[in-house]
Design a protein around this ligand. Structure first.
Ligand code: GLC
Length: 570
């Protein structure tokens, strides 16, 4: 039988090992979504003391840094992405003193802290917006936002035809007849980044958190702050182009409100501020921009450090498409000297075990609810584990979303009446939205609320199946998903995979070439089988099995939907 025999194959190098050793070039960064991570106060909503109480778990898991979604003062119209005060903690999440305690503890455990910065819009309850409403048309207060007169008789039509990302119009009219722009919810008015006062204020916010010791910022909607001059109408069609040669999947936002050249000036300005501080503080772009060569413009040497790789996140479970997106990512980032990033899940998308359990494996629905296609939970988890081992072996920086180390699926049967994501209402109930990936974590299978909160309260109900995913049910079992993540992070570190190289294994036996992703990173051979047949991997040439996403005995063929890491013979 033909098999993968490393002594008889050649490889094609697409990325060389990095000579730089700055921490962020190869870091594993864990996203905490504070309202759903751990609740210390007992009100059913997670908080900063809850985060602090679980930092040991993250250190044990082996991550390098923690990124926290917003915990600032906010009316919570978009779960905190509507900030009313950038320099304070919302009482829901604790106090500034709780923040100080958290960061101090994280640093003591050797982990860095990245906070979320939301510069595209404020809350409508921010003092600036309140002042704008109280002031006159044409006033300096209004000039911090994008207020315009409407079109048509009495200006009753919005100034242009833009729609909000969450559905519905992107403009809201105020009593004196003017309209303001909001790319997201009505309660998230967009700031006007042509106004120098906006630049000054956001730099002062950066300094506030830098002085508090944060190690970086994840920049929300980093591709949206500058709009095309004149705010031209836009027809707004985005086409899906999955698996194209440049790695594009259709994940990039398009139109005159996104990816305008002017945004780069903002990041050059910010980079200078960050570079004044010691310790390699970083900027990470949340920019849904394609192709990858265009996204790489955000991480040029004098701009940001990293950008989330949403082309990778949205690639289907298809070996050819995965190889193309990995190659395109490495080439685009190498061209500007930046690390690639790899991410499978976050608080805005259906969790990857559920995406991978759909009939179109890896597709990205805008939420899943009762009446929608339900994922195959077992198959999805099996593929998710394989996808994770593939991801964690790639050179660059990897992002994990809270709960993925437990293999958590999306809550796909949440009662619609409980949904809080504004996208559900604004889309006219056509998009289920993101609540299903934001359900409070299960820590303890036997405790009320699965140990999320001391009272058992949880702001969204947990699915019944989650007891078996609880940390308490997996700890101590090396074959569990949690055990797999821990081992993978340890091996990744030991073998320096994050700062390593990538060479595709060429000339796989014909029957496997289409359905296999195989590469060498330093001393490690990675083989992912996305096909339906087991792949024999020849053990006689001294391959040593380091880890596999399914139980695998040395020398046995690699089953479908499984990834394995082998140490190459010296
Ligand atoms: C980003 C956030 C998302 C939020 C939106 C508006 O995409 O990740 O959660 O709703 O920006 O701030």
């Amino acid at each position: 039988m033909t098999s993968i025999d490393t002594s008889a194959t050649t490889t094609t190098l697409v990325h060389r090992a990095s000579e730089h050793d700055a921490w962020w070039r190869n870091a594993v960064i864990y996203q905490v979504y504070p309202r759903s991570f751990a609740d210390a106060s007992g009100d059913g909503i997670g908080d900063l003391p809850g985060v602090t109480s679980k930092l040991d778990h993250l250190a044990r898991l082996g991550v390098d840094a923690v990124w926290l979604s917003p915990f600032y003062r906010s009316p919570q119209a978009d779960a905190g992405y509507d900030v009313a005060d950038y320099r304070d903690v919302d009482p829901l999440f604790g106090t500034l003193a709780d923040f100080d305690e958290m960061i101090e503890r994280a640093h003591r455990l050797g982990m860095r802290i990245i906070v979320d910065l939301v510069p595209n819009h404020t809350s409508d309850e921010h003092v600036w917006f309140q002042a704008a409403l109280a002031a006159d048309k044409g006033s300096p207060e209004r000039a911090r936002y994008i207020f315009r007169d409407g079109k048509g008789p009495e200006g009753a039509e919005p100034p242009n035809n833009w729609t909000s990302i969450f559905g519905g119009p992107a403009w809201t009219r105020i009593p004196d007849g003017q309209w303001y722009l909001h790319l997201f919810d009505t309660k998230q008015p967009d700031l006007d980044w042509t106004n120098p006062e906006v630049h000054e204020e956001m730099i002062s916010v950066l300094r506030f958190w830098l002085d508090k010791g944060v190690d970086g910022f994840r920049v929300d909607v980093a591709h949206g702050m500058v709009k095309a001059e004149g705010l031209p109408d836009w027809a707004g069609h985005v086409s899906m182009v999955d698996g194209s040669d440049d790695g594009s999947t259709g994940a990039g936002n398009q139109g005159p409100m996104f990816d305008q050249d002017g945004v780069h000036e903002i990041y050059r300005e910010w980079r200078e501020v960050l570079d004044e501080y010691d310790g390699e503080r970083i900027l990470v772009a949340e920019a849904w921009v394609e192709p990858l060569s265009r996204l790489a413009r955000y991480v040029r040497p004098d701009e940001m450090h990293q950008a989330f790789n949403f082309s990778y996140l949205t690639t289907l479970w298809d070996a050819g498409a995965l190889r193309r997106v990995v190659t395109a990512s490495l080439e685009a980032n190498d061209a500007v000297g930046a690390p690639s990033t790899w991410v499978l899940s976050n608080h805005d998308v259906v969790r990857h075990p559920s995406r991978l359990g759909l009939s179109v494996a890896g597709s990205k629905p805008q939420g899943i609810g009762v009446g929608d296609e339900q994922p195959d939970e077992e198959l999805g988890l099996r593929r998710a584990r394989a996808a994770t081992l593939l991801t964690l072996a790639l050179p660059g920086s990897a992002y994990l979303y809270q709960g993925e180390e437990l293999g958590l699926p999306e809550h796909t049967t949440l009662d619609d009446s409980l949904r809080e994501d504004p996208a559900w209402a604004r889309s006219g109930h056509t998009e289920r939205g993101r609540d299903g990936c934001r359900v409070p974590l299960p820590w303890d299978a036997d405790a009320p609320g699965l140990g999320f909160s001391p009272t058992g309260a949880t702001w969204l109900p947990q699915p019944a199946s989650w007891a078996r995913y609880a940390l308490s049910a997996q700890r101590g079992d090396p074959s569990s998903t949690y055990g797999m993540y821990r081992a993978a992070l340890r091996i990744r570190r030991d073998f320096k995979l994050g700062s390593g190289s990538l060479a595709w294994v060429d000339g796989l036996p014909g029957c496997f070439a289409e359905t296999t992703v195989a590469f060498v990173n330093g001393d490690v051979l990675v083989v992912a089988n996305l096909g339906d047949e087991p792949i024999p991997v020849d053990p006689v040439h001294g391959l040593e099995l380091l880890q596999a996403s399914q139980p695998l005995v040395h020398g046995a063929p690699l089953p479908p939907d499984t990834t394995a890491w082998f140490r190459l013979p010296r």
